[in-house]
Design a protein around this ligand. Structure first.
Ligand code: NAP
Length: 291
């Protein structure tokens, strides 16, 4: 990386390229977070966003190979299609059938999924807690919920209860935790939510809501001594986290997972420890209304 006339880092002929593919992708915060990481680690890398429409994954991965793009992040709607198209899969990516990070190792594309480990790392960093031995409840059963269920089980959770509107999706998600996974219907979830050590909102309920807006379940069951995590990060203080804090529970916002899953990808691509503080600062800046 050289420095241009106004002091910005500028790519050179030797600069390595990483990218995110998705559709839509122009709103993605990943370029801000990853370029801040490369700058903080003084690595000659640059990160860009490519809008790839549904069905475009085989061509995009051909481009990654042809151009020697070193690392790829994958977002909606391509996580499942990339899992089917790469050369090798990590255990997590195989179990989830979804890839959010690809490493290009000399033309061999390896798919990983760093969302779940990013969540568990964020709970450790933000709340100083480990899910080991805990009763956990995951509300939601989409892609994010599935990665969290698998990661909680891998981290030694005593049980992982999945609560979701669509029962079949809940059963599929709970199965990722093996014999420690079970399903409880939303209407009957009050007691398990009250007894849990860690409650995770992995639905999209709460996005863009003002304080006092929608929560994914009645928060009256929450109390001191619980961790309550929300994967939603816009706004950072969701109505659920506001209610949890009011009742004495420890809130964990969605920014930590965003940063830690990106940090895990950074380390897979570069083999260098992720500069997490610089990444978190960039993520926070990107969440400001003008960001
Ligand atoms: P997804 O695959 O579309 O799943 C959405 C989930 O939300 C489903 O379980 C769905 O239930 C549930 N849901 C949606 N509207 C609901 C409502 N009104 N009431 C109850 N349940 C509702 O989405 P995803 O990719 O898993 O993402 C889920 C959330 O996590 C999003 O807000 C996303 O931004 C966030 N996320 C954050 C991070 C991070 O780094 N912090 C990473 C990934 C995702 P049904 O199955 O019953 O339809």
């Amino acid at each position: 990386m050289s420095v241009d006339g106004v002091g910005r880092a500028a790519p050179t002929g030797a600069t390595r390229v990483a990218a995110v593919i998705g559709d839509p992708v122009r709103h993605s915060r990943s370029p801000l977070i990853m370029n801040a990481a490369f700058a903080a680690a003084a690595l000659d890398w640059v990160y860009v966003a490519f809008e790839v429409p549904a069905g475009g994954v085989p061509a995009a991965l051909g481009g990654v190979r042809a151009l020697g793009i070193a690392g790829l992040s994958v977002t909606m709607p391509h996580k499942d299609a990339v899992a089917e198209a790469v050369d090798e899969l990590s255990d997590d990516a195989r179990q989830l059938g979804a890839v959010n990070c690809v490493v290009n190792d000399g033309g061999t594309l390896r798919g990983h999924n760093t969302d779940g480990v990013g969540f568990v790392d964020a709970v450790g960093a933000e709340a100083g807690a480990s899910p080991a031995g805990m009763s956990c409840v995951v509300v939601g059963a989409g892609g994010a919920a599935r990665s969290v269920v698998l990661a909680l089980a891998r981290a030694g959770a005593a049980e992982v209860v999945v609560v979701n509107r669509a029962r079949e999706r809940a059963e599929e998600a709970a199965a990722l935790a093996g014999d420690r996974g079970r399903v409880v219907a939303p209407a009957a979830a009050g007691p398990v939510l009250a007894e849990a050590g860690l409650v995770v909102n992995a639905t999209s309920v709460g996005m863009q809501e003002p304080p006092g807006g929608a929560t994914p379940f009645d928060p009256a069951v929450l109390h001191a001594g619980q961790l309550v995590a929300d994967l939603v990060y816009q706004p950072l203080l969701t109505p659920l986290l506001a209610e949890a804090g009011r009742r004495g529970a420890t809130p964990v916002d969605g920014l930590g997972m965003l940063v830690h899953q990106a940090g895990a990808a950074f380390e897979l691509w570069t083999g260098t420890p992720a500069p997490l503080e610089a990444m978190a600062a960039a993520a926070r800046r990107s969440l400001r209304p003008e960001g």
